[in-house]
Structures are given as C-alpha cells and as structure tokens.
Write a protein that binds this ligand. Structure first.
Ligand code: GDP
Ligand code: MG
Length: 163
C-alpha cells in the first residue's frame, strides 16, 4: 500500500497548486463524504522516483459562513487521520497569519511526521516569512514554490524516509 500524504493549511496558501503538480493529469478522484466538502481530492502522486497517495484539503463547497470553519476543520482532521505524513503549507510572502494557527494546532496534536513548506518563495522571495515559520514548532521550513516547482528536490529528500 502506498504512503498517504495530506496537504494541510489555511485557504489560499497553494495546496491545490501543489496537488495538481504532484498528480499531473492523472486526477484520480473525488469521494463524496457526507459532512465533508466534495472538493476533497485524492490522487496518485509522482515525485522523482517516489510514488504515493496525496490528499488535497479544504476546498470549500458552500458559502455558509456559520459552518465554514467547522467543515474546513473536519475535512482537515479526516485527512490528517488518514495520513502517514503531513505537508503543512504556509504562504512565505504573507508570513504567519492568525488563520494558520488552528491548522498548525491540528497537525501538532496528531503527532504525525510533518514537513513544513513555506510556499510562494520562488526567486528567493518571502525570506521573512520563511524565518517566521520556524516559530510554528513544526521543524525547519522548506522554502518552496508550488507554482514554479522550486524546492522540489528538498521536498523529495524530506519525503523519502516516509514513502
Ligand atoms: P489553496 O487554497 O491552498 O488550495 O491554494 P491554491 O492552490 O488554490 O492557490 C492560491 C493562489 O496562490 C492561486 O492564485 C495560486 O496561483 C497561488 N499560488 C500557489 N502556489 C504559488 C507559488 O508557489 N507562488 C506564487 N507566487 N503563487 C502561488
Ligand atoms: Mg485548494
């Protein structure tokens, strides 16, 4: 059975961009789960010589503000439960925001291995944000760019022991 990697973080950090990069055109998919947004996606990932299952989280299906946070949380928790390793993503250009914290807390509490990706750091951008990410206590942040593929070899190296 292949290892399961969940991509976790607040909306807009670049999770789905990484998911699409990892699964390429082979978008295997969409499992409707009651109470969980239908936008949850799962696929077969290729990264260098590594093959694994990747889960994208926190697609938001409906704009019901009252339960929005609840649904995001539930979906993230489910993905974390299923995961062998968590890719926790922040936006290095914005640095840490209050909204990153509850997601980080879920990851921390799981006790599972985590790789901290400081995304949107292409061309050496977001250096301050990368430094801020150390404060999460989730290990050394990996500067990364889901959009441009920078940091891919570092991600590969970080994942290799678990896959
Ligand atoms: P999600 O909500 O976490 O799934 O984030 P998305 O993957 O939908 O990306 C949110 C926005 O960030 C989109 O406009 C992306 O094009 C942009 N984005 C994602 N990755 C990068 C990156 O590495 N660099 C930059 N500059 N923008 C990115
Ligand atoms: Mg997304």
């Amino acid at each position: 059975m292949s290892a399961i990697i969940a991509i976790v973080g607040r909306p807009n950090v670049g999770k789905s961009t990484l998911f699409n990069r990892l699964v390429g055109k082979k978008l295997a998919l969409v499992d409707d789960q009651p109470g969980v947004t239908r936008d949850r996606r799962e696929g077969d990932a290729n990264l260098g010589h590594l093959r694994f299952t990747v889960i994208d989280t926190a697609g938001l299906e409906e704009a019901d503000k009252d339960s929005l946070a609840g649904r995001m949380r539930a979906q993230t928790e489910t993905a974390i439960d299923q995961a062998d390793v968590i890719l926790f993503m922040i936006d290095a250009r914005l640095g840490l925001t209050p909204m990153d914290q509850p997601f980080a807390e879920l990851v921390r509490r799981s006790g599972k291995p985590v790789i901290l990706l400081a995304n949107k750091a292409e061309g050496n951008k977001g250096k301050d944000g990368v430094m801020e990410a150390f404060a999460l206590g989730l290990g050394d942040p990996v500067p990364f760019s889901a959009e441009h593929g920078e940091g891919t070899s570092d991600l590969l190296e970080a994942l290799a022991p678990y896959v």
